[in-house]
Design a binder for this molecule. Structure first.
Ligand code: DP6
Length: 402
C-alpha cells in the first residue's frame, strides 16, 4: 500500500442512555478504580429523549488514538479515558489468549478515532458523563470484539456510568474486593416492567454547577460524619426496600424513598466542610410544590430527586403528568407562550383547579424553569446499524467539528 493512501477505516456507532439515581452514589473508597462507599440504584431514561451517540473508527493508517466530544477535539490522555481504553484492550487480549477464534488478533494494535455527541445540551446539567462513558465502553467493546460484562470498565470512566450499561431499573452493587472485580451494575427489572412510570426533567435556568461530583464527594468522604453514617447504616436497608418497591411497582414506597434519599444526599453536602450547595431557590420551590401537591391529594403522587445541580427530576405515574405540568407552568411562568416549554413525550392539556392553586399557594417564580423534558424508562446501549448515522466519515475524521 503506498504511504499516502489511507486504509479504509472500520467504523462502529452506538448509543447509550442517561440514568437518574433514586438511591444516590456519593463517596469513593478507591479513587483510581472508582469504588463506591455504598450501593446505588437508578432508572435508565429513554434514549428517544436523552442519549449519547459515539462512533469509533479503526484503521492501520491512524497514528494515534484521538477523541472529539461534541465536535471539539479533547485530550485523549485524560486518565479515565485511558483506563477505559486500556481495560477494553486488556479484555480483548485475554479473550484472544483464552482461544476465542472469532477475534482478529491484528485489531488489538490498531489506533482509534472516537467521536461522541449528546442529543441534549451539556448545560442542562444532566449526567452526561454517565451516558458518555457507557457509550464509549460499549462501542469500544464492539470494535475490539469483547462483548459481555462491561459495567466494571464503564465504572472506571465515571462511577454512575456503570448503571447506564443496562436498561430499566439498575443497581450498582458496591462490592467488597480491593480490586473492584465485584463492584458491578446489575439490572433489577427491565424497562418494560413499569410502563406507567414517567420521568420529568425540570431544567432550572442555566447556572453552572459550583462543585463537580468527583471533587465534591472527595471532600464529603474526608469531612462528613453524616455521609459515613448514611453509607454504613442507611443505604443498605434502603437498597432492599427500593428493590422491593420497584419489583412490586409500589409507587408510594418508591416515591418516598426517592425523596428521602435525595434529601439525605443534599444533607451530606451541607454536612461537608466547607459545605456544598447544589440546590438553589428554584429547587426549593419545586420541593415545596411537590409536597403541597401530594398533601392536597392526601396521597404521594409525585417524587423529586436532585443530583449535583439545581435541576429537579420528577418521578410520577402517567395519569398525573398533565396536571402537574400545568402546575409547573403556573408556578414557574415560562418566557414566551410556553410552546417549547415541554419537550419529549407529548403531554396532554389539563385544567388547573383554583382549589389546587390555593392549596399550593406559592408565589410564582417567572422563568425559574427553562423547559421540561418528558420521558420514561428505556433500554440500555444499542448498536446503530444505519451507516448514514456514523459521526466519522470514510476519511477517518469527524463529519462535523466546531
Ligand atoms: C449525585 O458518577 O458523576 O449523580 O464517579 O466521580 O465520575 P464520578 O462521579 P459521578 O457521580 C454521580 C453522583 C450523583 C449520584 C448518582 O448518580 O448516583
Amino acid at each position: 500500500m503506498p504511504e499516502n493512501t489511507m486504509e479504509k477505516p472500520n467504523i462502529v456507532t452506538c448509543t447509550a442512555p442517561v440514568n437518574i439515581a433514586v438511591i444516590k452514589y456519593w463517596g469513593k473508597r478507591n479513587e483510581e478504580l472508582i469504588l463506591p462507599i455504598n450501593s446505588s440504584l437508578s432508572v435508565t431514561l429513554h434514549q428517544d429523549q436523552l442519549k449519547t451517540t459515539t462512533t469509533i473508527a479503526t484503521s492501520r493508517s491512524f497514528k494515534e488514538d484521538r477523541i472529539w466530544l461534541n465536535g471539539k477535539e479533547e485530550d485523549i490522555t485524560h486518565p479515565r479515558l485511558q483506563s477505559c481504553l486500556r481495560e477494553i484492550r486488556r479484555l480483548a487480549r485475554k479473550r484472544r489468549n483464552d482461544g476465542d477464534p472469532a477475534l482478529d488478533p491484528s485489531v488489538l494494535s490498531l489506533k482509534v478515532h472516537i467521536c461522541s455527541v449528546n442529543n441534549f445540551p451539556t448545560a442542562a446539567g444532566l449526567a452526561s458523563s454517565a451516558a458518555g462513558f457507557a457509550c464509549l465502553v460499549y462501542t469500544l467493546a464492539r470494535v475490539f470484539g469483547t462483548e459481555g460484562e462491561l459495567s466494571g470498565i464503564a465504572r472506571q470512566g465515571s462511577g454512575s456510568a456503570c448503571r447506564s450499561m443496562y436498561g430499566g431499573f439498575v443497581q450498582w452493587i458496591m462490592g467488597q474486593k480491593d480490586d473492584g472485580k465485584d463492584s458491578l451494575a446489575q439490572q433489577v427489572e427491565p424497562e418494560t416492567h413499569w410502563p406507567e412510570l414517567r420521568i420529568l426533567v425540570l431544567v432550572a435556568s442555566a447556572e453552572k454547577k459550583s462543585v463537580g461530583s468527583t471533587s465534591g464527594m472527595q471532600t464529603s468522604v474526608q469531612t462528613s460524619c453524616l455521609l459515613k453514617h448514611r453509607a454504613e447504616s442507611v443505604v443498605p436497608g434502603r437498597m432492599e426496600e427500593m428493590i422491593e418497591a420497584v419489583r412490586e411497582k409500589d409507587f408510594v414506597a418508591f416515591a418516598e424513598l426517592t425523596m428521602k434519599d435525595s434529601n439525605q444526599f443534599h444533607a451530606t453536602c451541607l454536612d461537608t466542610y466547607p459545605p456544598i450547595f447544589y440546590l438553589n431557590s428554584v429547587s426549593q420551590q419545586v420541593i415545596n410544590l411537590v409536597h403541597r401537591y401530594n398533601r392536597h391529594y392526601g396521597e404521594t403522587r409525585l417524587a423529586y430527586t436532585f443530583d449535583a445541580g439545581p435541576n429537579a427530576v420528577i418521578y410520577t405515574l402517567q395519569q398525573h403528568v398533565p396536571e402537574f405540568v400545568q402546575a409547573v407552568q403556573h408556578f414557574f411562568p415560562p418566557e414566551s407562550n410556553g410552546g417549547q416549554f415541554i419537550q419529549g413525550l407529548p403531554v396532554n392539556q389539563a385544567a388547573l383547579s383554583e382549589e389546587l392553586k390555593q392549596a399550593i399557594g406559592l408565589e410564582p417564580m417567572p422563568k425559574g424553569i427553562s423547559y421540561i423534558i418528558s420521558t420514561k424508562a428505556g433500554p440500555g446501549p444499542r448498536v446503530v446499524e444505519d451507516p448514514t448515522q456514523h459521526l466519522i466519515g470514510s476519511d477517518g475524521m469527524p463529519k462535523h467539528t466546531v
